[in-house]
Design a protein around this ligand. Structure first.
Ligand SMILES: Nc1ncnc2c1ncn2[C@@H]1O[C@H](COP(=O)(O)OP(=O)(O)OP(=O)(O)O)[C@@H](O)[C@H]1O
Ligand SMILES: N[C@@H](CCO)C(=O)O
Length: 293
């Protein structure tokens, strides 16, 4: 049985904790019944022994598997990870979503995507990464009485993600602690209006509007201060043809969206100016989690 989940970029500037989209880089796990428990890990995190001994995937998988099954079976877990850890590309959401989907799939129990999304909410309280991880595409989401309410939109092939991944990890939990406890009315109105305009721009496919709509006053400036070079990455991206350029999730990745025709030039300019960062072009993912029995 094989499960794969795409990377995600959350917030998209002003949409703190509510906007996100899926990018075509995936974490994949193959699970087979086995005489003994065993884990193999390739790709991102492969050099991190903690991921083998104390793997968040295995612990969430076990929570669900033991509830769903009376059998005591052992499994071999083969992970192939493309999503870098703690870089703002939704690595934790991918783990949560794939672990829950796998526990149901291995027991042959059908799990609707809406139910999977709401189960994942128990492990990540904000829905901006888990919604695109499950559904694919661009998503606007909020939580009401422990349920995610969302609207999704496919992202056309004529657009690409241009991603700059610094070599420094930023933990979401710690990064959230750098944010203010309270915001002024001006900052609140700024973000509500920009986030609304950004959502409308995605829905109307008015890509030229993204540049105006993607500004934020509530989280990026506080977080990017930890790595001031990110301000330069953002400025350079916008100057070199990005339609929008925002801190991805809680960082440290800078996510840009561009027309497919402009993406190679933007990638080249960013590679030239920031040779110490990983820069690449990726497609968007419109499928979300995939389960193959
Ligand atoms: N492939 C993986 N296998 C096991 N655990 C993982 C894996 N990827 C991430 N994790 C767990 O998730 C943590 C990273 O989560 P965190 O929310 O800080 O970052 P992120 O999800 O990459 O970023 P963001 O939420 O901003 O997009 C890691 O420290 C690790 O505990
Ligand atoms: N909305 C979340 C995304 C990271 O998980 C944050 O910015 O902290």
């Amino acid at each position: 049985m094989k499960v794969s989940v795409p990377a995600t970029s959350a917030n998209l500037g002003p949409g703190f904790d509510c906007l996100g989209l899926a990018i075509s880089m995936k974490n994949q796990v193959i699970i087979r019944p086995s005489k003994f428990h065993s884990v193999s890990l390739k790709g991102e995190g492969a050099n991190n022994p903690a991921l083998k001994d104390n793997n968040m995937f295995i612990s969430i998988f076990n929570d669900f598997y033991h509830n769903l099954s009376y059998k005591k079976r052992h499994f071999r877990f083969e992970f192939q990870n493309e999503i870098p850890l703690s870089r703002g590309l939704g690595s934790s959401s991918a783990v949560i979503v794939s672990a829950i989907a796998s526990a149901y799939a291995i027991e042959g129990i059908k799990l609707e995507k809406d139910k999977l999304l709401n189960l994942a909410l128990a492990y990540e309280s904000h829905p901006d990464n888990i919604t695109p991880a499950v559904m694919g595409g661009f998503n606007v989401a909020c939580v009401q009485e422990n349920e995610v309410r969302y609207i999704r939109k496919e992202i056309p092939k004529s657009l690409k993600a241009v991603v700059v991944v610094p070599n420094r990890a930023i933990s979401t939990q710690l990064s959230r602690k750098t944010l203010p406890f309270k915001y002024s009315k001006e900052d609140t109105v700024f973000n509500i209006s920009h986030s609304s305009l950004l959502t409308a721009a995605f829905m109307a496919e008015d890509w030229e509007m993204l540049k105006h709509a993607s500004y934020d006053q509530v989280h990026q400036k506080y977080r990017m201060k930890q790595m001031p070079e990110l301000f330069d990455v953002q400025k350079t991206s916008l100057k070199e043809g990005a339609l929008m350029s925002t801190l991805s999730g809680s960082g440290s990745t800078l996510f840009s969206m561009s027309y497919a025709d402009d993406s190679k030039n933007l990638e080249k300019a960013l590679k030239l100016k920031f040779p110490h960062f990983k820069v690449f072009v990726a497609d968007f993912d419109n499928s979300g989690v995939r389960v193959e029995i």
